[in-house]
Ligand binder design. Structure first.
Ligand code: ADP
Ligand code: MG
Length: 428
């Protein structure tokens, strides 16, 4: 594709919007207006990026250097694979580039056969090159020699959350670790949403949350990130992209993207952390395929909740805390986007629930075993806040072509949307 920066004129609002990815965004607004006091992130195209990295602390590497760093892309150094391509473990040191301080890295090479091309590569370079935050993975450099497109990130020694949460044996994710990971990831989203011009991450899921050696979590994979609405705009309209099971229903139906779509994705991951099951799992009985459809109606009933919390967490949490987390997930997963909390509120809530080490049960709340049925009036506020909820209803609006079942999920365009439900400004 090779384009990076383009201006798309919105037929409806007559507003011209610069998009870092140069993709198909259309900015919509209820009351069109120019907002002059916001600065969109800079955006460079492949030609710019070949000439100079442009961003502080980001290096340009040659393909030969990438090959040396990964021992010629040795298969046993593969860390993972997503929709973009294969990710290798590597080392950049004096042998790779004279004078380079030895640094462990992860190197992602664009799969040129795939449908995701320069657009995603550019989004990653342009966003991660400019954003610096403790819970966002660092971009160390990139390579765009000839047709090669690679990204060099800081190495996250413990790999993805997906790998740990869904491993069959030896899951080391304790309750307190899970809550810390949820908080770290929430901070990442809150940072993006709170930027001068909000950024919508659009692909929040366990395989895009990476863990360092101390299990601190960071968001990686900015291939689908987009500038969000600003000023009076209510949303941006985009081609629907993301991962089956995580995308907000209204986004899938209309292509209208807001920060609240990320909040929904966050709710799905919080549910996965709480229940220990994948967002989509075709190996389960039919009604349990989609985690949100199956579990959300059960979250506001403490007895039912205790039956579905990840059994591997037995004895590690208090009922009161589990109910608070379940209620938070319930609200994030509201069908009504406005019924979802802001990520800043999620951060506040999760911050108040943090415990260190093994002190979950010493908080004075009284720990419970899984099958006790304590009294409680859990869930009433959430119901009030979301009167239009449609629990039990088929939430299968999130239809998309991604790898089903137990396998990892890949980010994809969702092509099989019922076009009769699309709003007029939906862009294909
Ligand atoms: N910085 C990193 N450190 C360690 N592992 C990584 C890193 N980046 C990616 N990975 C591994 O590679 C997988 C795919 O990476 P991701 O950036 O999500 O690629 P894609 O854009 O193809 O989805 C991740 O789920 C993770 O297992
Ligand atoms: Mg990914």
């Amino acid at each position: 594709m090779g384009i990076c920066f383009s201006s798309v004129k919105d037929q409806h609002s007559n507003y011209t919007h610069a998009s870092p990815q140069g993709d198909d965004s259309v900015v919509s607004s209820q009351a069109p207006s120019r907002t002059s006091n916001t600065t969109p992130l800079a955006s460079k195209n492949v030609k710019d990026l070949r000439q100079s990295p442009g961003y502080i602390n980001v290096s340009i590497f040659t393909y030969n250097e990438m090959s040396l760093a990964t021992k010629h892309f040795r298969p046993d150094l593969i860390l993972g694979e997503g929709g973009f391509g294969v990710v290798y473990k590597g080392v950049i040191d004096d042998n790779v580039r004279t004078g380079f301080k030895t640094t462990q890295v992860a190197i992602k090479e664009l799969n040129r056969e795939g449908y995701q091309g320069d657009r995603e590569w550019l989004a990653e370079v342009n966003y991660l090159g400019q954003l610096s935050y403790p819970t966002l993975v660092k971009l160390i450099g990139y390579c765009c020699e000839d047709d090669h497109r690679l990204l060099v990130y800081e190495y996250m020694a413990s790999g993805s959350l997906e790998k740990h949460l869904f491993r069959r044996v030896g899951c080391t994710l304790t309750w307190s670790r899970r809550m810390k990971i949820a908080l770290d990831a929430a901070k990442g989203l809150a940072f993006l949403h709170g930027a001068e011009r909000p950024i919508i991450y659009r692909d929040f899921k366990t395989s895009n949350i990476l863990l360092d050696g101390d299990f601190n979590a960071k968001l990686s994979d900015f291939g689908l990130a987009k500038e969000g609405p600003m000023g009076d705009q209510t949303h941006v309209s985009t081609r629907v992209m993301g991962t089956h099971g995580y995308a907000a229903p209204e986004y899938v139906m209309t292509g209208h993207l807001t920060a609240r779509s990320d909040v929904y994705g966050f709710g799905v991951v919080l549910l996965e952390l709480l229940i220990g099951r994948r967002a989509m799992d075709k190996s389960r009985p039919g009604r349990e395929h989609n985690l949100v459809e199956w579990a959300r109606p059960l979250l506001n009933h403490n007895k039912k909740l205790l039956r579905i919390v990840d059994p591997r967490l037995e004895g590690q949490y208090s009922l009161k805390t589990a109910m608070k987390v379940a209620n938070l997930a319930y609200q994030c997963l509201s069908q009504n986007p406005k019924g979802r909390p802001l990520m800043s509120q999620v951060v506040e809530m999760l911050g108040s629930l943090q415990t260190t080490g093994n002190d979950e049960l010493q908080s004075g709340e009284g720990g419970v075993t899984l099958y006790e049925a304590p009294k409680g009036t859990f869930g009433t506020p959430a119901r009030k806040r979301d009167p239009n909820r449609r629990d039990g209803e088929r939430g299968g609006e999130a239809r998309r072509r991604s790898k089903p079942g137990n396998g990892g999920s890949k980010s994809e365009p969702m092509k099989d949307i019922d076009s009769s439900n699309l709003s007029p400004d939906f862009v294909t």
